[in-house]
Design a protein around this ligand. Structure first.
Ligand code: 2PG
Ligand code: MG
Length: 419
C-alpha cells in the first residue's frame, strides 16, 4: 500500500502578489505532489473560508502541528485525507484550518498518489470514489476565456459586469479551441484601440482587457472582435458573461446598483437587463445572473433560456448541500466547480458527482488570484466538465491551457465535450 511519507508547507505568492500557501505531499519517499492555493476577489458568502484569522501563517502552523496525522495514510484513497482534514476541522466551512490548506493538501495528496500509480491525475481521479457518474470516455472541456474584465477584477471606469467570456464552441480540437480564444483576445485589443486611441492595453486580474467602457460598449466591442475574425456569434464562437451579480446587489435597497454605469435595477429590471443581454449577444453562457440567494429568479432565467448554460457560481459555491437546494428550485442547468470554494478535493468531487447525477453541467474554474499550477485542467477532464474557465492569457492562465495541450498529446482523451 502506498503511504504518505512527508508533508511540507510554505508561504508563496499568488498572481495578485498576495501571500498564499503551497503544500508538498510525498508518497513512498519519491512521488511529490505540489499545490498552491488560489483566492477569489468576488467571493460567495457561503464559500469555505480562505484562511483562519491568522492568515496563511496560521494555516501553516496548523499544518505543522498535524503533519504526523497525515504521514502513513494511503493517498490513493481520497477519502482518507478528507477524513483527517475533517477530524482536525469540524466546521462546515474550514474556518479553523482555512479552505486553502484543505485545497492544497488534498490535491497534493491526490497528485502524489497519481504519480505513485503512474497515472495522469485526471485518470486517477476518474477511477475512484467519490466520483461515480461519468461518461466512459473522457473529453476535453471547452476553454471559456475572459476577454474583458470589470467589476471586482478591474479598476474604476471599467464595466460593472465582471467578465465577458469567449467560448470557441465550433472548435473540433482543444488546440483549435485555445487558438481561437487567443485570436479573439488579440482582435479585441485592436477593436478597443480603435474605440479609444488612449487605451493603454491594461488588463484585469484574469488577463481580460480592462477598458474605460460601460457594460454595453464592452459587449459590443467583444461581439465586433468575433465578427471581425469572420465568426458568427452563436455558431463557431459564442460569448458568455459572468454577471457576478452579488457584487451589485444591495440587500437593504433590494436593488442591483450599477455604480459605474449609473443605474439601479429592481428585481424585475435585473431579469430584463440580463435577458436582453443574453438575447442580443446570443450568449451561450450566463453566470450568476442574479445574486447569490436568488434561487427563484435564477430559475426564471433558466426556464427562459433552456439552451444557455445558466450557471451558478456564488449561488452554488461548490457546496453539495446548496446545490441540492438549487436542484430542487430548478435554478440552474450548470454549476461552477471551484475546489477552494468547497475547501477540499473530496468535498468538490462529491459536488461534481451530485451535479452529474442530476444533469447539471459542470464548469471547472480558476480564481482571479491564481497560481501557475495546472491541476484544475485535470479536475475539469476528470469531472466531465463541459467548460474549463481559465482565462486566455497570463502565465497563470496559460499554464492550465498548456496542460490541456500536453494531455492532447497523450491520446487518452478523445474530442471535445458536447455542450
Ligand atoms: C468568478 C471568479 C473567477 P473570483 O467569479 O467566477 O472568474 O472570480 O475568483 O474573483 O471569485
Ligand atoms: Mg463567478
Amino acid at each position: 500500500m502506498p503511504q504518505i511519507t512527508a508533508v511540507q508547507g510554505r508561504l508563496v505568492y499568488n498572481s495578485r502578489g498576495s501571500p498564499t500557501i503551497e503544500v508538498d505531499v510525498t508518497t513512498d519517499r519519491r512521488h511529490v505532489g505540489r499545490v498552491s492555493a488560489p483566492s477569489g476577489a468576488s467571493v460567495g458568502m457561503h464559500e469555505a473560508i480562505g484562511f483562519p484569522s491568522g492568515g496563511p501563517e496560521a494555516s501553516l502552523r496548523i499544518l505543522d502541528e498535524n503533519k504526523t496525522r497525515m504521514v502513513g495514510i494511503d493517498p490513493t484513497d481520497i477519502g482518507e485525507m478528507h477524513h483527517v482534514l475533517r477530524e482536525i476541522d469540524q466546521t462546515p466551512n474550514y474556518a479553523r484550518i482555512g479552505g486553502s490548506l484543505a485545497f492544497a493538501l488534498s490535491i497534493a495528496a491526490a497528485e502524489s498518489a497519481s504519480l505513485s500509480e503512474d497515472l495522469p491525475l485526471f485518470a486517477f481521479l476518474r477511477s475512484r470514489p467519490p466520483l461515480s457518474t461519468h461518461a466512459t470516455q473522457p473529453k476535453f472541456p471547452y476553454p471559456l476565456g475572459n476577454v474583458l474584465g470589470g467589476g471586482a477584477h478591474a479598476g474604476p471606469g471599467t464595466p460593472d459586469i465582471q467578465e465577458i467570456l469567449v467560448c470557441p464552441n465550433g472548435a473540433k480540437t482543444i488546440s483549435d479551441a485555445i487558438q481561437t480564444n487567443l485570436e479573439v483576445h488579440a482582435e479585441l485589443r485592436r477593436v478597443l484601440q480603435r474605440i479609444d486611441p488612449g487605451f493603454t492595453g491594461g488588463k484585469g486580474d484574469e488577463g481580460g482587457w480592462a477598458p474605460k467602457l460601460d457594460n454595453e460598449q464592452s459587449l459590443e466591442a467583444a461581439a465586433r472582435a468575433c465578427e471581425n475574425l469572420g465568426f458568427t456569434l452563436g455558431r463557431e464562437v459564442s460569448l458568455g458573461v459572468d454577471f457576478a451579480s452579488s457584487t451589485q446587489w444591495d440587500a437593504e435597497k433590494r436593488r442591483y446598483v450599477y455604480d459605474r454605469a449609473g443605474f439601479e435595477n429592481d428585481v424585475n429590471a435585473q431579469l430584463e437587463f440580463v435577458s436582453d443581454i443574453i438575447t442580443r449577444y446570443k450568449l451561450i453562457y450566463a453566470e450568476d445572473a442574479v445574486h447569490e440567494e436568488a434561487f427563484e429568479e435564477m430559475s426564471y432565467i433558466r426556464e427562459c433560456f433552456p439552451d444557455v448554460l445558466v450557471t451558478g457560481d456564488d449561488l452554488t459555491v461548490t457546496n453539495a448541500g446548496i446545490l441540492s437546494r438549487a436542484i430542487d428550485a430548478e435554478s440552474c442547468n450548470a454549476a461552477i466547480l471551484k475546489v477552494n470554494q468547497a475547501g477540499g478535493l473530496y468535498d468538490a468531487l462529491e459536488f461534481a458527482d451530485l451535479a452529474a447525477a442530476n444533469g447539471i453541467k459542470l464548469v471547472t474554474s480558476h480564481r482571479s488570484g491564481e497560481s501557475t499550477d495546472s491541476h484544475i485542467s485535470h479536475i475539469g477532464v476528470a469531472t466531465d466538465s463541459k467548460m474549463l474557465k481559465v482565462g486566455v492569457v497570463g502565465g497563470e492562465r496559460v499554464a492550465k491551457l498548456n496542460e490541456l495541450l500536453r494531455l492532447q498529446s497523450l491520446d487518452l482523451i478523445c474530442g471535445m465535450a458536447a455542450l
